[in-house]
Design a protein around this ligand. Structure first.
Ligand code: 26Q
Length: 803
């Protein structure tokens, strides 16, 4: 085929060849795929850098407010396709490489995922960074440059094994070290009164150094900065000690510094409560706040104008020590009085809550906090005494006052980071409507009474560039043919599809794209797992972190019940189904790891059973990550969003699946409720207790044993698992897990089983009507444009940041 000449592609090709020779140091014949990958990135990066500098210049000139997004996690994934798409250079890159026998998508596979996050919260931060740039808002993301991000999951004989992931092994062409942006971070030591003033003399110090990554917005409009901190010792090697023969001692400081940025804590709840975690939190928070103050003083020269020029958003409580750090800098360094410092702090800071699970609310043992951050501890006491005074003033009783306290006085005393963040912020937001309501009525009810108006909702969103355009080019092209290009710049324009949802031709085209995505996924999963999948089966997908509240176990138990039914009635006209599971378990989370093993045990048994042959297959996809999500989500027919109502703050996978034309089977939890409101009751399959009903059942004494024994299908499935039908090599492997269902079932699997099973039968009924299914899929795509992170960020900008 003759390729029409494209001057941009030719220019890009010339640049790639030049970079390959002069910066990678290889000629065309010697170059390996990795060399080409590096050359492609560096050539593209030149474009990015020009726009980056232009954006920086614009920001200085405009002299407006900047947004600072502080997050211990950024779950970015790959950046090459992101940059190419947003610069509009995908075709050009393909063409530039093709002439040298190179396939762009093969080269893209060489880029490791930047997996500096656990799950939803980290991925949200990455979507937000992209939307901030796309909306042309001057913003900085601040976090840690972990050397080992999220672990790689290997599945060994069905068990999860964690391996370190070394994403920096081949260097990182996207980052720039900024040696000149370095700050000292102190720990421990003592607080010295010096007349009226107070000075903190830390016992230890480490140096934080910035590494900047450019974040390209849609159509290259703006390039913002993601600034990640690395740590080093002030004195990398103590030569006196080394020369005296103490070779290890001479390097001890550097090793201590390295350990700060070595690993991401691989738990997405139940905080480890370890000293290193608190050290990490203070390390990146202090470096970021110092950087913000330095920039502010350099441009504006007066700390009093900070709230007009900076909006600092805390992504959960992980950076909540920022409240005390800002106060310390204002009081100890800029000599402000307490009241003025508090006013500046509150007007600058916003706090986003992502969970109500009590075990996931961060608190630190007071002695640990005091030892590591003695000055911050004093400041927190000072804040607390004023906050509690205000509470008493409006007549709160002891119970309410103790709920508000920044110090948990029960048993061992602890610092409550959520209360600190709440008090220190002018805005406290939840991430979906239900979650925000529950914040007001449960965990934060007393703080809400003391500070009415602080709590507000900002329903999460996802970037449609990565989660539609990049991951599903086939669907994107079909949609452009159907409704034009407006949705590329404004995802809410997808509503135009509603008018053509009944168009059979469009339905067929979209179904063809879906099928092609399923064929591609099946091929990939064949390589990964050896399992063969039928692309005409219903692809039923639950991919997300493994957590009991997300109820992968409900899905597995129902899978076993279905398997039973198929074996008992092989003559029936079953809908062929592929059950796809994927997700990582926190390394210390015993039950979550056992659920992974169960999924694999069930898969092995079912997949090997000729009597269900073509009708049911089960796959556990190892090492679920952003790049796998980009393959799996476009290939899904059914999206499982089945958490116990009231427990999933929002969910964001739910939005990605619907945007790619999957139907949701879900509970009335998190953002599922808002998805239902938008796509319409006929286009989603809802089941189970509501959050109110869950609370009521718990209050009235919940009896799971009676429920299990009262439902034959459920009982048989639970007994089969419990008695070792799926684990003949270790028949009691799941007895304890099933006993947990009989005896407590905190996540109310038994209460929801019947309506879940009925909902699955309803899914099958709908699937048999392919016309109707396609129409529903189109209504899903059409109506979830609102869940674009552009909309979310626009709301933050208007309501919280005032930019
Ligand atoms: C805290 C202290 C020590 C170690 C780990 C942690 C920790 C780390 C990560 C606690 C929580 C997290 C992550 C939470 C998270 O991902 N929450 C999810 O946030 C999404 C974005 O708002 C929501 O959509 C999900 O519902 C919510 O579960």
């Amino acid at each position: 085929m003759q390729i029409s000449p494209n001057p941009e592609a030719e220019l890009l090709e010339a640049r790639i060849l030049d970079v390959l020779r002069h910066r990678v140091g290889k000629d065309e014949r010697a170059a390996k795929p990795h060399d080409w990958f590096n050359a492609a990135v560096l050539a593209l990066r030149d474009d990015v850098i020009d726009r980056w500098m232009e954006s920086t210049r614009k920001t200085y000139e405009a002299d407006g407010k900047r947004v600072y997004y502080l997050s211990l996690e950024f779950l970015i994934g790959r950046l090459l396709r992101d940059a190419m798409t947003n610069l509009g250079l995908v075709r050009e890159m393909e063409q530039a490489l093709r002439g040298h026998g190179l396939d762009l998508s093969a080269l893209e596979e060489l880029e490791p995922d930047a997996a500096l996050g656990n799950g939803g919260l980290g991925r949200l931060a990455a979507c937000f960074m992209e939307s901030l740039a796309s909306l042309d808002i001057p913003a900085y993301g601040y976090g840690i440059r972990y050397v080992n991000g999220m672990f790689r999951q290997r599945v060994d004989d069905g068990w999860q094994v964690e391996l370190p992931e070394t994403w920096l092994a081949h260097g990182n062409p996207w980052e720039f070290e900024r040696r000149e942006s370095s700050y000292r971070i102190g720990y421990g030591g003592e607080v010295i009164a010096d007349g009226d003033a107070v000075a903190w003399r830390p016992a230890e110090q480490v140096e934080a150094t910035a590494f900047d990554t450019p974040v390209v917005g849609w159509r290259g409009k703006r390039v913002n900065t993601l600034r990640l901190w690395s740590a080093s010792a002030l004195d990398p090697i103590r030569l006196d000690a080394f020369n005296a023969g103490d070779h290890l001692g001479a390097l001890a400081d550097q090793m201590r510094a390295d350990s700060l940025v070595r690993v991401l804590y691989p738990a997405d709840s139940s905080p480890a409560g370890q000293e290193l975690r608190l050290r990490q939190e203070y390390f990146f928070t202090s470096a970021s706040i110092q950087d913000i103050f330095r920039r502010h003083m350099q441009h504006h020269g007066d700390v009093r104008t900070l709230p007009d020029k900076a909006a600092i958003q805390l992504n959960d409580t992980h950076p909540a020590v920022a409240v005390a750090e800002i106060m310390r800098i204002l009081i100890d360094i800029h000599a402000l009085g307490y009241d003025e410092a508090w006013d500046i702090t509150q007007r600058t800071v916003g706090y986003t809550n992502h969970t109500l699970l009590p075990e996931a609310l961060e608190s630190w043992p007071l002695p640990l906090f005091e030892r590591l951050l003695p000055r911050h501890m004093q400041i927190i006491y000072a804040i607390n005494s004023r906050v509690l005074r205000e509470a008493r003033k409006i007549g709160m009783d002891d119970a309410e006052v103790s709920a508000i306290s920044l110090i948990d006085e029960g048993g061992d005393r602890r610092v409550r980071m959520a209360n600190l963040a709440f008090a220190g912020a002018h805005s406290v937001n939840g991430v979906a409507a239900l979650h925000t309501d529950l914040m007001k009525s449960t965990v934060f009810s007393s703080l809400h009474k003391l500070y009415p108006g602080k709590i507000n909702n900002k329903t999460n969103g996802v970037t449609p560039r990565r989660w539609l355009q990049q991951c599903n080019p086939g669907l994107t092209a079909t949609l452009r043919d159907a409704i034009g290009d407006a949705f590329l710049d404004d995802a809410e324009q997808l509503v135009a599809l509603n008018a053509v949802a009944g168009d059979a031709i469009l339905g067929e085209r979209i179904a063809e794209v879906k099928r092609a995505n399923k064929v591609a996924l099946a091929a990939h999963l064949k390589d990964l797992t050896g399992i063969r999948l039928n692309p005409d089966a219903l692809f039923d997908v639950q991919v997300k972190r493994i957590h009991e509240y997300k109820r992968q176990l409900l899905n597995l138990v129902e899978t076993v019940a279905l398997y039973d039914q198929i074996r008992s009635h092989p003559e029936r006209d079953w809908v062929p189904r592929v059950k796809i599971f994927g997700g990582k378990a926190a390394s210390s989370y015993h039950n979550a790891k056992l659920i992974i093993k169960l999924a694999n045990d069930i898969a092995r048994r079912i997949n090997a059973d000729p009597s269900v042959g073509g009708v049911l297959k089960v796959v556990f996809v190892p090492n679920y990550n952003v790049s796998l999500a980009e393959r799996i989500i476009p290939a899904a027919d059914l999206s499982e969003q089945i958490s116990t109502a009231g427990m999933e703050a929002s969910g964001t996978g739910n939005m990605k699946f619907a945007l790619n034309g999957a139907l949701t089977i879900g509970t009335l939890d998190g953002a599922n409720i808002e998805i239902k409101d938008r796509v319409g009751d006929e286009n989603i399959v809802i089941f189970g207790l509501t959050a109110d009903e869950v609370a009521a059942q718990r209050a009235n004494g919940y009896d799971p044993r009676a429920l299990i024994e009262g439902n034959r299908e459920l009982h048989q499935a639970v007994e089969a698992i419990s008695l070792g039908v799926f684990s003949p090599d270790d028949p009691h492997r799941y007895t304890g897990l099933m006993d947990g269902l009989y005896n407590s079932d905190w996540f109310m699997l038994a209460a929801d089983f019947e309506s879940y099973a009925a909902a699955q039968r309803d899914v099958e009924r709908r699937w048999r009507d392919q016309q109707g299914w396609r129409k529903s899929a189109i209504h899903n795509i059409a109506n979830v444009g609102w869940f674009s992170s552009d909309r979310t960020i626009a709301e933050y900008a208007k309501d919280i940041w005032k930019v």
